[in-house]
Design a protein around this ligand. Structure first.
Ligand code: GTR
Length: 392
């Protein structure tokens, strides 16, 4: 059997009977300068995507590029997720809703990952859509937001991603004991945790299996974007103010926004080790965040952004959104990619959740929102053009 070695966009891949195997990613000094957003439709061998079948193959290449250079490779799906009920509707924390809490375990039998999943469930029989949020480690979802979620007929599922992997450089707890090998950082570990939450909610009879939503804020939003990019069971992905390593551009830095050098200085452990080498050299990266967004397509992706959150590069998020939109158009689902801006700063507030619920109502139930929304917000009409390619 012949191996065809392909060297393009800096990633060395071996094609064997059509399957792509990853080799080592290249360091910045071995890569060309790419100032613009790279063309997602261009295969590593220089040919261009023509059909939807081609896109599936190109999608696999993009996933490998993003994994190798930015987040590392997610640990495998273990296929043995277990769900133990701890609390069953005893206390009515939110009026009219029931409360259930579970312990979820998954991974190697000797050293499984273990974390809590806390559900607030609307009254009635269901099945209900579910919104999984990973930021319990900061605080439980605020009571007014939880009440609104269940009032609108959705289950709120709180999970603490920091139980899966710590938010520091230590690799001595959580998932790192279960899967000690690997180039993955905390963002990928947290995304893996979201996938185990999906495993768990899929076992619950009152959950609508076609209507699973994931959301999170800031670093939690970065993990959510990656989780949505890597799990087709997730119907709607909603990163909030996710910034650098999330929805923000890596190659276009608006004033006061966080760049690769800054983020990898403070939080190298969120990413694959090689990503740090691109600090100050982001033009050498063979990707930008439109690649990650494109992995979600044609499933729904809603970005909620704050105009005053300059550190999170709201303008750069609009640029990578425009790039990803070409992929959504190509796949015949442009309306499944949405972006909504609000005034104000870095928080995941009641208004952001209102946008999520309205979009989910449209997506799942074709309900017209009570509030008029611009799902294709563009407060930056004069942004520089960061790419010249379009959907084939
Ligand atoms: C900041 C970090 C951002 C963002 C934020 C957060 O310090 O630089 O990338 O993730 O933390 O998580 O709130």
């Amino acid at each position: 059997m012949s191996h065809i070695a392909l060297l393009s966009w800096g990633l060395v891949t071996l094609m064997l009977a059509g399957v792509i195997f990853a080799a080592e990613p290249l360091p910045p000094d071995k890569l060309p300068v790419v100032k613009e957003l790279p063309d997602p439709f261009l295969f590593n061998d220089g040919t261009r995507v023509k059909t939807k079948e081609d896109w599936e193959k190109r999608r696999a290449e993009i996933l490998e590029i993003v994994s190798a250079y930015e987040y590392g490779h997610l640990p495998p799906a273990p296929g043995n997720t277990k769900v133990f009920e701890l609390v069953s509707g005893g206390v009515e924390l939110i009026k009219g809703a029931s409360h259930k809490q579970y312990r979820v375990t998954a991974g190697p039998e000797a050293k499984p990952v273990s974390f809590l999943l806390d559900l607030t469930i609307p009254s009635g029989k269901g099945p209900f859509p579910v919104i999984i949020r990973g930021d319990w480690g900061w605080h439980k979802t605020a009571a007014d937001i939880t009440a609104e979620v269940v009032k609108r007929g959705y289950i709120l599922a709180d999970y603490n991603r920091v139980e899966v992997a710590p938010d520091n450089k230590g690799r001595e707890t959580g998932i790192y004991l279960s899967y000690p090998e690997g180039d993955y950082g905390a963002s990928a570990a947290w995304a893996w945790g979201f996938h185990r939450c999906v495993d768990a909610v899929l076992t619950l009879p009152f959950v609508d299996k076609e209507k699973i939503v994931v959301t999170g804020h800031s670093r939690g939003g970065k993990a959510v974007l990656l989780a949505g990019a890597t799990d087709a069971r997730i119907a709607l992905t909603v990163p909030n103010d996710s910034g650098c390593g999330g929805c923000g551009s890596l190659k276009y830095q608006a004033a006061k926004s966080e760049d690769v050098a800054q983020i990898t200085k403070s939080f190298p452990f969120w990413f694959a080790p090689i990503f740090t080498q691109f600090g100050g050299q982001q033009e050498k990266l063979p990707l930008d965040q439109h690649f990650v967004k494109a992995l979600v397509a044609p499933r729904a992706l809603l970005e909620t952004e704050a105009l005053g959150d300059l550190w999170a590069n709201p303008e750069g998020s609009r640029i990578t959104y425009a790039g990803a939109k070409e992929v959504y158009k190509f796949l015949g689902a442009p309306e499944k990619l949405a972006i909504v801006y609000r005034e104000g700063g870095h928080e995941h507030n009641f208004a952001d959740w209102g946008v999520l619920l309205d979009y989910a109502d449209v997506l799942f139930f074709k309900k017209k929102p009570a509030t008029e929304r611009d799902w294709d917000g563009n407060p930056f009409p004069n942004s520089p053009k960061m790419f010249g390619w379009t959907a084939p």
